[in-house]
Design a protein around this ligand. Structure first.
Ligand SMILES: Nc1ncnc2c1ncn2[C@@H]1O[C@H](COP(=O)(O)OP(=O)(O)OP(=O)(O)O)[C@@H](O)[C@H]1O
Length: 314
C-alpha cells in the first residue's frame, strides 16, 4: 500500500500542498484531477522523492520513504516517474533509449523492447533516432521507457498530453490494461476525464493544494459534491432549485449534466434558446432559464430565440 500522511509543501513561502493524506492499494490506479496549478505535479514529485517535505511522510508497504536529502539520485528503485517534460536521449535510437531501463544480461531484452513498443503502438520506430520523432511519438517512447523496468509504483504526469485523439483511445486502453496485468500501482495526474473515469479505480480531486474528494469514478460522477468536481468530468449546470420548480428543495441549487435535461412538449421549466453547438453525436444547446445560462443535449440544432420546455431525466 502507498500511504501519504499529512504532507505539506511550500514554494517560496507559499504553501502549495496543504496537509494531504491518502492511501492506495497495490495494483490500483488512482487518478489525480483538479484545475491547473492545484498541486498535482508537486504531489507526484514529493511522492517520487524529488522534493523534500518538512512535514509528513510517504510510505510504501509500511516502509517510510526517505526523500531527496538521503539519496544522490532522486527516486526510489521500485518507483518510476514520468514528468510532463519527458527526458529521452535524442541522438540514440528508440530501441537504445528503452533499452537503458532493461539489463543487458536479460536474454529477452529485444523481445521486451518490442513488446513495450507494441503497447505504445510504436513498433515501426525501433531503429529511429529520437531526434527524428514528433512530440507525440517521443511521449509514447518515454512511456515505454518508464514502464520497461516494471516498477511496483508508477507515477505519470499528463501522459497523453501530446497524443492526438485518434491514437489516444487505443494507447490508453493498451497501457492501462498492460499496467493492470502487471499489478503495477499507478498514480496519474491528468486533465483528461476519460483517463480518470474509464480506467481509474479511484479518483482523487484536488483544489488549492488540498484533497477535496476521493472516491470511485461512478460515485464521483453520479453525485458530484459541487460544481467544481462535476465540471472536471463534463459540462455541468448549477441551477437554482426554484427555477426547476422543486417543492421544498433540500438544496438551493441542483447540479445537472446536459444529458439530464430533455426537451418535452410542455412542462413548468421554460427556457429560451441562445445557441446550438454541434458535438458530433448531438447538439449542445445553450439556453436561458430565468437568470441562469444552462446547457442541454438535443439531437437537432434549435433556432435562436425559440422557447422550449424541459424535463429532468432521473
Ligand atoms: N518551481 C516552482 N517554484 C515556485 N512555485 C512553483 C514551482 N512549481 C510549481 N509552483 C507552483 O505550485 C503550485 C502547484 O503547481 P503544480 O505544477 O503542482 O500544479 P498542477 O496541478 O500540476 O498544474 P498543471 O495541471 O497546470 O500541471 C502552482 O501555484 C505553481 O505556480
Amino acid at each position: 500500500m502507498l500511504k501519504v500522511q499529512n504532507i505539506s509543501f511550500t514554494y517560496d513561502k507559499i504553501e502549495v500542498i496543504k496537509n494531504i493524506s491518502f492511501s492506495t492499494d497495490k495494483g490500483k490506479y488512482l487518478a489525480i484531477v483538479g484545475e491547473s496549478g492545484c498541486g498535482k505535479s508537486t504531489l507526484l514529485e514529493i511522492i517520487y522523492g524529488l522534493l523534500h517535505v518538512e512535514k509528513g511522510t510517504v510510505s510504501w508497504n509500511d516502509e517510510k520513504l526517505l526523500g531527496p536529502n538521503f539519496y544522490l539520485i532522486p527516486g526510489e528503485d521500485f518507483m518510476k516517474y514520468l514528468p510532463q517534460d519527458f527526458d529521452l536521449m535524442p541522438y540514440i535510437t528508440v530501441e537504445e533509449n528503452i533499452g537503458k531501463n532493461i539489463s543487458f544480461l536479460d536474454e529477452n531484452r529485444l523481445d521486451k523492447i518490442k513488446k513495450l513498443l507494441d503497447v505504445v503502438d510504436m513498433s515501426e520506430f525501433l531503429k529511429t533516432k529520437v531526434v527524428n520523432l514528433s512530440q507525440g511519438q517521443k511521449q509514447r517512447v518515454a512511456i515505454a521507457k518508464v514502464i520497461a523496468k516494471e516498477p511496483e509504483v508508477l507515477l505519470l504526469d499528463e501522459p497523453f498530453s501530446n497524443i492526438d485523439n485518434f491514437r489516444k483511445n487505443k494507447l490508453r486502453r493498451n497501457l492501462f490494461n498492460y499496467l493492470k496485468s502487471k499489478n503495477i500501482t499507478l498514480l496519474v495526474a491528468t486533465h483528461d476525464a476519460t483517463d480518470a473515469l474509464s480506467f481509474a479505480d479511484e479518483i482523487l480531486v484536488m483544489k488549492d493544494g488540498k484533497i477535496i474528494e476521493k472516491n470511485t469514478p461512478e460515485k464521483l460522477y453520479q453525485n458530484p459534491s459541487n460544481v467544481y468536481v462535476g465540471s472536471l468530468f463534463n459540462e455541468i449546470n448549477e441551477i437554482p432549485s426554484e427555477d426547476l420548480k422543486f417543492q421544498n428543495p433540500s438544496k438551493k441549487t441542483v447540479l445537472l449534466y446536459p444529458n439530464q435535461l430533455k426537451i418535452v412538449g410542455k412542462s413548468e421549466i421554460k427556457a429560451t434558446v441562445i445557441q446550438s453547438y454541434f458535438k458530433g453525436n448531438c447538439y449542445l444547446i445553450e439556453a436561458k432559464l430565468v437568470d441562469t445560462i444552462i446547457y442541454f443535449e438535443h439531437h437537432n440544432s434549435i433556432v435562436k430565440g425559440l422557447e422550449i420546455y424541459l424535463n429532468i431525466e432521473k
